[in-house]
Design a protein around this ligand. Structure first.
Ligand code: PMP
Length: 436
């Protein structure tokens, strides 16, 4: 990894530490499908997909063609002053794909972070209210608004850098480990009730001055936690009763990865606003907020106006992603692969004492590493050991989660059977290594 080291040294001198949570000394030079190569020629299978971006694989031919064809014609002309076909074409597809049979409108951004900002703006503009209810251990981004709504980072430091007083955090009903000590897999109703009661109390304490609730339908960076369906349904009913905007934050969970187009589709719930980014642009920077028309129209001119928003080339890439998901039947594929992988990891859980929980839907999976199954004590050190052992064998399998002890299983949905098999052999060998 000689060449890699040279770049790393330069990066350390030139880019601030805060850009990163680095794991491995890998300088990525080339990517294709579900594989990446570093500048020293080492090849890795990608179980991270660049943080759930490459749902259809790196440099998918449909995305490459859309970008190439489009950029030859027009790069972008700002949507702030002129009209442009691509963002409109994409908005048609997005409004059709999201749940809820009501008129919708789409505002564009470049990332998850700024798209979350836009959703918060819309909720506040529509209701004329201030507070946003977010969740502990949530991740929403690093711009000012999205950072203020992020629950997973140190809240004291955050208050100094980003002092937004109008965000409150509720407990996310984690079925595996929660503050009430409820086994949420066995008693989803009880867990849902407890979590909903807490939110009702928050609304009361804030004297109803609540504009929106922002929730990941499965906490991603929190450790791939799916709440009980009863909770999501209850939250929808509660927000409807109180005229609170329900913001479904699908930056990590959307675009087919969970086996449905949006993870919220697993709960039969229609949110008021859906936030998308990451996989939306197929690797091109693009975010979108898809919301009820009256909510989106409540935002005053020009509060959504970014020079590059609805970027023409990136919207063309997103149209190609949506077409590819359909053409390659990738929702079904994600579901099938998820079921297969869950069984595979559960089998491993019966062999290895450190696998505490295997969870997820589709290719949004988490494998929780613990030092003791009964007490569920998180074991970050062992999780990192497994992750390193996998890297040494050529697999990118990072750790994440509120305790840093969850293996993140998120390969491209269309990874070949052969690569998937190879990756599982590596994981098995890494488990064995760690157990010894
Ligand atoms: N929301 C969620 C759920 C995310 O996982 C992320 C990225 N990890 C973001 C928002 C922020 O997205 P971005 O990094 O594109 O700004």
């Amino acid at each position: 990894i000689e060449k890699c080291c040279q770049v790393i040294e330069k990066e350390e001198n030139l880019l601030p530490e805060a850009i990163a949570i680095k794991y491995f000394p890998t300088v990525v030079e080339r990517t294709k499908g579900a594989e990446i190569w570093d500048i020293d020629g080492n090849r890795f299978i990608d179980f991270l997909s660049s943080a759930a971006v490459y749902n259809i694989g790196h440099s998918h031919p449909a995305v490459v063609e859309a970008v190439k064809n489009h950029i030859e014609k027009i790069q972008n002309y700002t949507i702030v002053y002129f009209y442009n076909e691509e963002p409109v074409k994409l908005a048609e597809l997005l409004t059709q794909s999201t749940p809820g049979d009501f008129p919708k409108k789409v505002a564009y951004g470049f990332s998850g972070s700024d798209s979350v900002d836009s959703a918060i703006k819309a909720a506040r503009a529509f209701t004329g209210k201030k507070y946003i209810i977010s969740f502990k251990h949530s991740y929403h981004g690093m711009t000012y608004g999205s950072l203020s709504a992020t629950g997973i980072i140190d809240q004291e430091t955050k208050k100094v850098i980003c002092p937004d007083e109008h965000i409150v955090f509720a407990e996310y009903p984690d079925p595996y480990r929660n503050k009430w000590g409820i086994d949420g897999y066995a008693e989803p109703d009880l867990l849902s009730q407890k979590a909903l009661l807490e939110i009702e109390k928050l609304i009361e304490d804030l004297q109803g001055d609540v504009a929106g609730v922002i929730i990941e339908p499965a906490q991603g960076d929190g450790g791939m936690i799916f709440p009980p369906a009863e909770f999501m349904k209850g939250l929808r009913t509660l927000t409807e009763e109180k005229n609170i905007v329900f913001i479904d934050e699908e930056v990590q969970t959307g675009m087919g990865r969970s086996g449905k187009m949006w993870a919220i589709d697993h709960y039969d719930v229609a949110p008021d606003v859906v936030v998308s980014a990451k996989a939306l642009g197929g690797g091109m920077p693009l975010g979108a907020v898809i919301g009820r028309a009256e909510i989106m129209d409540a935002v005053p001119v020009p509060f959504f106006a970014y020079t590059h928003s609805g970027h023409s080339v990136n919207c063309a890439a997103a149209v190609a992603v949506l077409e590819t998901l359909k053409k390659e039947n990738l929702l079904q594929k994600a579901e099938e692969r998820g079921l297969f992988l869950k069984e595979w990891f559960k089998e491993k859980a019966s062999q290895y004492p450190f696998i505490g929980d295997v969870r997820g839907k589709g290719l949004l999976m988490g494998v929780e590493i613990v030092s003791d199954k009964a007490s569920k004590t998180p074991d970050k050190a062992t999780a990192l050991k497994i992750s390193w052992a996998a890297w040494e064998r050529g697999l990118i399998l990072i750790t994440f989660g509120k305790n840093g002890n969850v293996l993140r299983v998120a390969p491209p949905i269309n990874i070949s059977d052969q690569l998937l098999e190879e990756a599982l052999e590596i994981i098995d060998a890494s488990f064995k290594d760690t157990a010894e």
